[in-house]
Write a protein that binds this ligand. Structure first.
Ligand code: TYD
Length: 207
């Protein structure tokens, strides 16, 4: 059986990831492709339990890295890998790039540790395509405030958001074959079209 494709959405808070995850899954299903939607932190019952702990407590950065990694290992082993092997496509709202950015670049966990943990919890199940929704500083905050209930990751200052934005762009620059940066200030439908073009040219065309 042909392996499914693994697509992830990344970006700061309020970038519109969940809207695009839903739009893309709808289009894939419309094209006759069996598709699973998932998210991180979360993705499994254990992962959701870890999500509640991590988003409420303020763990030390290394503790936080290991908790996210534990949730991810479970997610990959129980949901993502079996689906891909079954020929199903997987679309995830956040994945390992969030750890590289939030725990690595922003919280300062050494890159060697980030890489070792990633190798142990993710490899060889890396995304085939990662769509990074890029929005200017202030815009994401405006959107998350309008949504109410800021998480502790949302309630940070402008400099933090600028570093976050830059860190995602750096990943895209380092891995252009896997990643695409998309202007998240466009209308959801326009972004959806751009995402679909990327899926067609990068994943469907190659068969
Ligand atoms: P969530 O409510 O899902 O936020 P968003 O809607 O922005 O995706 O909360 C997830 C938060 O967890 C998000 O702010 C980023 C953070 N996070 C990490 O720090 N590391 C990770 O590996 C992941 C997956 C998320």
């Amino acid at each position: 059986m042909r392996r499914g494709k693994f697509i992830t959405f990344e970006g700061g808070e309020g970038a519109g990831k969940s809207t695009q995850v839903a739009l893309l899954a709808e289009r894939l299903r419309g094209a006759g492709i069996e598709t699973v939607i998932t998210r991180e932190p979360g993705g499994t019952a254990l992962g959701e339990a870890i999500r509640d702990v991590v988003l409420q407590a303020e763990p030390d950065p290394v503790t936080e890295l290991l908790l996210f990694a534990a949730a991810r290992a479970e997610h990959v082993a129980k949901v993502i890998r079996p689906a891909l092997e079954h020929g199903t496509w997987v679309v995830s709202d956040r994945f390992a790039d969030s750890t590289r950015v939030y725990q690595g670049v922003l919280a300062g966990v050494p890159q060697s540790l980030i890489e070792a943990v990633e190798a142990g919890s993710v490899a060889p199940t890396f995304p085939d395509l990662t769509l990074i929704l890029d929005i200017p500083i202030g815009e994401g905050q405006r959107r998350t405030e309008a949504r109410g209930a800021l998480s502790r990751f949302d309630a940070a200052d402008g400099e933090y958001h600028e570093r976050l934005r830059q860190a995602f762009r750096d990943i895209a620059r380092a891995e252009p074959q896997r990643c695409l940066v998309i202007d998240g200030t466009k209308k959801p439908d326009e972004i959806g079209d751009e995402v679909w073009r990327a899926v067609e040219t990068r994943l469907l065309a190659e068969g």
